[in-house]
Design a protein around this ligand. Structure first.
Ligand code: ATP
Length: 299
């Protein structure tokens, strides 16, 4: 594989009529790493994922998945990828185990290895005790775990997760994070799209922030924070009129700010600049970077 990359995209463009969903995207996913594709609604994350599974064909640019060129060699690439779609497309009339069996056949796992492959997927997803349950009897979190297990049954070299925890409650999200973390520690290569900052910060080695179909920043979360938001931020609370004043004063002092509901965050306070303002100091975070670069609050 060229330069140890599981995914290599260069200058990729995808248009839908007048809309340019992906507008010249470069993306590298090194083998053995977890990369988070982070962006607000409509940034082009799902389109990027569809291009990588050859469900959509790019209008321009180069795409390689596991060394295979897309779209020409997409069949070979797909055979070695595990894809977890955003929408649950499990067969609800089958049991957990039967769903896994269907995929084991589909991925041509040999008869003698099938049992072991299914056991492994059930264990990883913590679904051994529910193997005989019909899918329509499972909770939302269990269905998501099964969706991930199904994508892993053939031991893919690359796992593509499209918004793995969207719409789930915080407790279920934590369970899924533990599952994705377990995958990472097994050395899997993962590309995960998300619009949850915390998810990217917790799980990804590197994050690519997308806005309007383009990459606006890429790197390890801690480096992005240091580069764009500095070390420290000051959270200033007050009535709306005061917040507007603070924004103006901070702007005049050359400091960057962002609104966070009932407060204004003044960013990049790594020296003594913030002494003019009363507020609570806190470490800068990836959410600050996200808002600075995309101009969007998190959904
Ligand atoms: P979300 O977080 O809301 O899923 P996203 O970052 O995944 O957003 P995409 O779904 O890739 O964004 O959409 C990018 C842009 O392309 C949007 O403006 C969307 O309306 C448009 N788009 C995506 N798919 C199609 C399609 N099949 N036909 C027309 N426009 C599309």
């Amino acid at each position: 594989m060229s330069d140890g990359l599981a995914i290599r995209m260069r200058g990729v463009v995808k248009r839908y009529g007048p809309i340019t969903a992906v507008a010249g995207l470069d993306l590298d996913v090194p083998m053995g790493t977890c990369v988070g594709l982070l962006g607000p609604n409509g940034a082009g994350k799902s389109t990027t994922m569809r291009l990588l599974t050859a469900q959509s064909i790019a209008d321009e640019g180069e795409l390689e998945v596991l060394g295979f060129r897309l779209p020409g060699e997409s069949k070979a690439a797909r055979a070695e990828c595990g894809v977890v779609p955003q929408l649950d497309n499990l067969d609800v009339t089958l049991t957990v185990e039967q769903n896994l069996l269907v995929f084991a056949h589909l991925y041509r796992i040999g008869r003698h290895e099938r049992r072991e492959a299914i056991e492994r997927a059930l264990e990883l997803a913590n679904l051994v005790h529910r193997r005989d349950s019909r899918v329509d009897k499972l909770s939302g979190g269990m269905r998501r775990r099964l969706l991930i297990a199904r994508a892993l049954v053939h031991r893919p070299r690359l796992v593509l997760l499209d918004e793995p925890t969207v719409g789930l409650d915080p407790q279920v999200r934590q369970e899924l994070w533990a599952l994705i973390d377990a995958l990472r520690s097994e050395g899997a290569t993962i590309l995960m799209s998300t619009h949850y900052i915390e998810e990217a910060q917790r799980l990804a080695d590197t994050v690519l922030i997308m806005s309007h179909g383009r990459a606006v920043a890429a790197g390890p979360p801690s480096r992005l924070v240091a580069e764009h938001a500095g070390r420290e931020a000051l959270e200033v609370y007050g009535p709306p009129a005061r917040l507007v004043e603070v924004e103006i004063e901070a702007g005049a002092a050359g400091l960057r700010t962002r609104r966070t509901g009932t407060s204004v965050s003044i960013l990049g306070l790594d020296g003594t600049d913030g002494h003019a303002f009363e507020g609570e100091r806190r470490p800068a975070n990836l959410e600050d970077v996200f808002v600075l670069l995309t101009g969007e609050e998190i959904g």
